[in-house]
Design a protein. Structure first.
Ligand code: SRM
Ligand code: SF4
Length: 516
């Protein structure tokens, strides 16, 4: 086939990537700022800007979203304050969300401010590069890395090295800006799989070989509207010093051989299916230039997953990390300033983000805990939230996302409050909301997952959900499946109530009071 004929058969996304690399818009930001969002070339505005982490939002035209990269979810108070200052200038339009990839998204951004925002990022050591479209997403690592006395490996430096390799130290790296599709990487060093390793395209899980520490490698995990799969073992064990090279080799194989014709069939698992695991593994070895060692017999994930909400002793004597619950991850500028202040006054200025959309303030001395607990901010961002609130996660939904079939974050909060008023629960239940089948809110890892859909009720299309159950995280993780389809959101509360009573030992409050 000639090059021209090949181009003819490319889908729209492959075509515009072939015409101009996404990263090329980096040199055009001043021009975009000068002409404004309405005059911009539509492909640059709606798609290529995502290579810089700048997302046009059709729901709020002219007010862009920016998706950062926060490797391992570690951010400083100074950096959080810089992000707070950026959203503050947009008044009511400005806010931020902690994402399900231990990351931060900013909202309300005007294109004319983007060049200045990038200078602020650079000065603060932040980057948003390659965080959207056909790029590697924020790389997740243990949120309590370096703090947890039971950890097997501190993932922070390794996650940073992988990000630096992929993004050319945050400047952008054309070697990895034209992948067939998005790509997720996770590295876990704790005993409880805090990062949902199994739902990543490539993940590293602690495993010892002859008493030497390393990682077993799993590949191909992903969620999409068409198909969801947990990652499968590559039958490879790698020492920490080989992780960056393995990431590079896997990405090069995916870039050069991944399927590109149909975007619904382009994630890594589809290539593994087409080739078979043995061929895929052999190609990774070829690219790596060395043989991979077979997987260690047993990986070391043997704990139930922790959510890190509450107060915990660190491995450093006399110090504690405190996990704050951030309802559905939503932060406003003042919250960001307040959190930065708490991290500085009580800790050492560091903050950690979790895939449950919460945050952790580490390094608080024993002597400062009581004063910390008395801070008014803890009324809103609790260290002991109610059992249902505690496990609540929600994707962006219709407020800002044009794929959304339903409103999620506000509805998730009001539904949980209503259920908590009715029911008594003895343990946290993880309820995840996602506004459409793309599954950004990961309903398949939840005890109860709710996926937005449209339902017909009284002859009208109304907002509804499909219900997922059985997601298990941490040790022996596996994906939940759809158990009930098409419940109208207005009818959902009693359905959830019954599920909680039937499957999770919830008791109606009246009854619980009598039997106690
Ligand atoms: Fe996602 C697309 C938000 C985690 C699967 N996701 C989108 C877009 C960019 C769609 C759009 O342009 O509007 C959403 C932006 C909405 C907005 O304004 O915020 C969006 N995804 C999110 C976030 C913010 C949800 C959240 O509230 O936390 C998460 C950002 C993570 C980050 O920091 O990078 C987010 N998305 C996920 C996850 C969960 C994960 O990574 O663990 C998944 C499922 C896992 C996976 O990808 O395998 C996920 N998002 C998708 C998909 C389906 C991918 C596919 O292969 O088909 C899309 C649609 C697409 O890429 O075409 C999508
Ligand atoms: Fe948007 Fe759907 Fe992702 Fe929710 S799941 S953020 S509605 S794309």
């Amino acid at each position: 086939m000639t090059d021209a004929a090949k181009k003819e058969t490319l889908n729209k996304f492959e075509k515009f990537k072939a015409e101009k690399d996404g990263l090329a818009v980096k040199g055009e930001l001043e021009h975009f700022a000068a002409i404004g969002w309405e005059a911009m070339d539509e492909t640059d505005r709606d798609h290529r800007l995502k290579w810089l982490g700048v997302f046009f939002r059709p729901v709020t035209p002219g007010k862009f979203m920016m998706r950062m990269r926060i490797p391992n979810g570690v951010i400083t108070s100074h950096q959080l304050r810089v992000l707070g200052e950026i959203v503050q200038r947009y008044g009511d339009d400005g806010n931020a969300d902690i994402t399900t990839r231990q990351n931060i998204q900013l909202r309300g951004i005007r294109i004319e401010d983007v060049p200045d925002i990038f200078s602020r990022f650079r000065a603060a050591g932040l980057t948003s590069v390659q965080s959207g479209m056909d790029n590697v997403r924020n790389i997740t690592g243990d949120p309590v890395a370096g703090l947890d006395k039971d950890e097997l490996f501190d993932t922070r430096d390794l996650v940073r090295q992988v990000q630096d390799m992929i993004t050319n130290n945050g400047e952008g790296n054309p070697a990895f800006t034209n992948l067939p599709r998005k790509f997720n990487i996770a590295i876990t060093g704790g005993r409880d799989n805090s990062v949902h390793a199994e739902i990543n395209d490539l993940a590293f899980i602690p495993a010892f070989k002859d008493d030497t520490f390393g990682f077993n490698v799993i590949v191909g995990g992903f969620f999409s509207a068409k198909r969801c799969d947990a990652a499968i073992p590559l039958n490879a064990w790698v020492p920490p010093e080989t992780v960056v090279a393995v990431c590079k080799a896997v990405l090069e194989v995916f870039r050069d051989h991944g399927l590109r014709a149909n975007r619904q069939k382009s994630r890594l698992m589809w290539l593994i299916d087409e080739w078979g695991l043995d061929k895929f593994r052999a190609e990774v070895e070829k690219q790596l230039g060395q043989e991979l060692q077979p997987a260690a017999e047993k990986d070391e994930i043997d704990w139930e997953k922790r959510d890190h909400v509450g107060v915990f002793r660190q491995k450093q004597p006399g110090l504690n990390y405190v996990g704050l619950h951030i309802p559905v991850g939503r932060l406003y500028a003042q919250d960001m300033f307040d959190i930065a202040r708490l991290a500085e006054v009580y800790g050492d200025g560091e903050i950690r983000l979790t895939v449950e959309q919460n945050l952790i303030i580490p390094n608080i001395p024993d002597s400062r805990l009581d004063a910390f607990f008395a801070e008014p901010l803890l009324q809103r961002f609790s260290i002991s939230p109610d059992t249902l609130t505690r496990g609540l996660v929600s994707c962006t939904g219709a407020q800002f996302c044009n794929f959304a079939l339903i409103e999620t974050k506000n509805r998730a909060l009001s539904t949980i409050k209503a259920l908590e008023a009715e029911l008594h629960l003895t343990r946290p239940i993880r309820i995840h909301w996602t506004g459409c089948p793309n599954s950004c809110g990961q309903p398949q890892v939840a005890d109860i997952g709710l996926m937005g859909t449209k339902v017909r009720k009284n002859g009208k299309a109304v907002e509804g959900v499909d219900i997922y159950m059985g997601g298990k995280v941490g040790k022996d993780a596996h994906l939940g499946t759809c158990v009930t389809k098409g419940i109208a959101c207005e009818d959902l509360q009693p359905v959830l109530r019954d599920l909680l009573i039937e499957h999770f030992d919830a008791k109606p409050k009246q009854e619980a009071m009598v039997t106690r």
